[in-house]
Design a protein around this ligand. Structure first.
Ligand SMILES: [Zn+2]
Length: 218
């Protein structure tokens, strides 16, 4: 079932998840993204680099601003593209939503919901001029196990402070954080990091399914 889901994803989705997985492996926040044409041709793919000491020219690293979407947008040549589709594994934060609005992006697709930043994309409320502009179309979050997987992996690493966890538990992410701790305490996350992302997805599938069902009920 996982193999079929993975095979049916388009290449920008698969690349965004590969990037997110590389971020997890390198001790960054596991979020990946790419910009593609409407036909699915990838223009640039990038990942979170907040913990990195270096990075490709033109990307941000070693900074709290070094989010995956920022690193995609930072590398798009000025005025060469329009109406691109930005695919990201996690619902964009306020910073990235602003950068997406300024960039040549017509559509944003995201897999995992991020309750922390939900609702921080509607710039039409800010001013009459902004209200007249066409805002990027948003598609997401995915209601399937892949969406749960995307949010789950973003909760490992440097972002997992007790305070952040407390805030997210209060917003309903308790079961998700329980699984984060389970994977850390059992050492499974280390084993998962050695796998390719689609193998990790398959390994976690039953627990993602349970979590997805629990979320739907709650
Ligand atoms: Zn962001």
């Amino acid at each position: 079932m996982v193999a079929r889901l993975w095979a049916e994803l388009d290449e920008p989705w698969r690349e965004a998840f590969r990037q997110a997985w590389q971020a997890l492996r390198t001790g960054n926040v596991a979020v990946g993204a790419c910009a593609a044409t409407f036909d699915g041709e990838i223009v640039h793919a990038a990942r979170n680099r907040i913990s990195d000491d270096d990075g490709p020219p033109g990307e941000i690293f070693g900074s709290s601003l070094a989010h995956a979407e920022m690193n995609v947008l930072a590398r798009l040549p000025i005025r060469r593209h329009a109406n691109l589709v930005l695919t990201t594994t996690l619902e964009p934060c306020l910073q990235c939503a602003g950068a997406i609005r300024l960039g040549p992006i017509a559509t944003v697709r995201f897999a995992g919901p991020d309750r922390y930043w939900d609702g921080c994309h509607d710039f039409g409320k800010l001013s009459p001029r902004e209200a007249r502009r066409t805002q990027p179309t948003r598609i997401g979050p995915r209601g399937d196990e892949l969406g749960v997987f995307a949010t789950l992996i973003s909760r490992f690493g440097p972002k997992l402070t007790p305070r952040f966890e407390m805030v997210m538990r209060a917003m309903g992410e308790g079961p998700l954080f329980d699984l984060v701790h389970q994977l850390q305490d059992s050492g499974e996350i280390g084993k998962l990091a050695a796998m390719e992302v689609e193998a990790a997805l398959a390994y976690l599938w039953p627990r993602l399914r349970a979590l997805s069902a629990a979320t739907a009920e709650g």
